[in-house]
Design a protein around this ligand. Sequence first.
Ligand SMILES: [Fe+2]
Length: 445
Amino acid sequence: MHSSTITHSDPYKYQSGFGNHFSSEALPGALPIGQNSPQVCPYGLYAEQLSGTAFTVGRAGNQRTWLYRIHPAAMHRPFEPFLSIQNKVIGNFDTNNTVTTPTQICWLPFEIPESEPLDFVTGLCTIGGAGDTALKSGLAVHIYAATESMDKRAFSNSDGNLLIVPQQGRLDVQTELGPIMVAPNQIAVIQRGIRFSVGLLDGPSRGYILEVYDNHFELPDLGPIGANGLANPRDFQTPTAKYEHTSDSWEIVNKYQGEMFAAQQDHSPFDVVAWHGNYAPYKYDLANFNVINSVSYDHIDPSIFTVLTCKSVHPGTAVADFIIFPPRFEVQQHTFRPPFFHRNCMTEFLGLIHGEYEAKKDGFLPGGACLLSTMTPHGPDTKTVEIATMHELLPRRICEDSMMFMFESMYQLRLTKWAAKHKQRDHNYYKSWEGIPIRFNPDKI
Ligand SMILES: [Fe+2]
């Protein structure tokens, strides 16, 4: 592995692979043999199916997991509105809720309000999105800024799958299928309906979330790259079963149609003793990404750095791609090496986990973000252009000690008013492209 790999010790045991039919038991013999739902399960557990796709989806795409648990998940009191945060998270991006602009937008780092007691759920804020959760169509981008661990509170999202990108602070994520530790430079995906609770291991914490309503994340096809490269399946890690049997009071917060609800119950939701199936959360360390790129000339489209994709019904077009810009060698000759100037039929939301972005030297900082909407022109800033057109094209390392990512979507995002009017919004972003030298001379080729 490359020397710039960032490693974090992780206390948990995982199963390797992507989309496998995993199985795990915290007590020997807890998994029934030969059938999913015996009349009485081993250890007196209850069998419960968690369906991530419709029952009738073809075998190759079908996702479901069988849980063997102490209490069926249905054992809770009715859901009531969870009012305290309703105004910060939305799941319907109609014109009443949101505003829009084609302008290039950059936010300085979203602040963590350290004097406020906020956990992963109450610290969630929606930046923008498209579509409607009720139609299971579209996506949302959120920021979380938390100052304390979730205490006897679990979260479940009925609206879609969450791809969590921590930027500051490691997260200790207890899920129904077992615990995951996820650190900056790693990601976790927690699918629709899976209950989880987030502990903060390093104090105040911040990160980005991509939520997709339509479909599931999968590894991109590799085409002529061949059987290996980009994110390798064996580097994805799915938890192993771990349960607690308590009679504590727990609160289950459920995001449903973009609104938050809470229900009380008198036992831990993390009482799954064993499970098997292919609908399970996972983590991935971005340092394991096998970077593919041009070794001759020209800047390759950033799709070459796709970690995960959530496909739309349009071939080759994604509801959302998760793309990263890892440390790598840059060797192209006769080439303007930074990302080219362009306009894109897709929408680009960029975040920075750590370090400095290669195409913008000022103002784009870890914990901040940029939004480049459909057909909004963008490209390297003036300083980057000046350097890239002058410097000698020797092979060199770039993006060392840095990790930027992009959520790229076929949808056009609308912004929440919170994000559009945010005090961290940099209204001077357009100046990134002021002063680019105009070198045109009709008398000289
Ligand atoms: Fe772009």
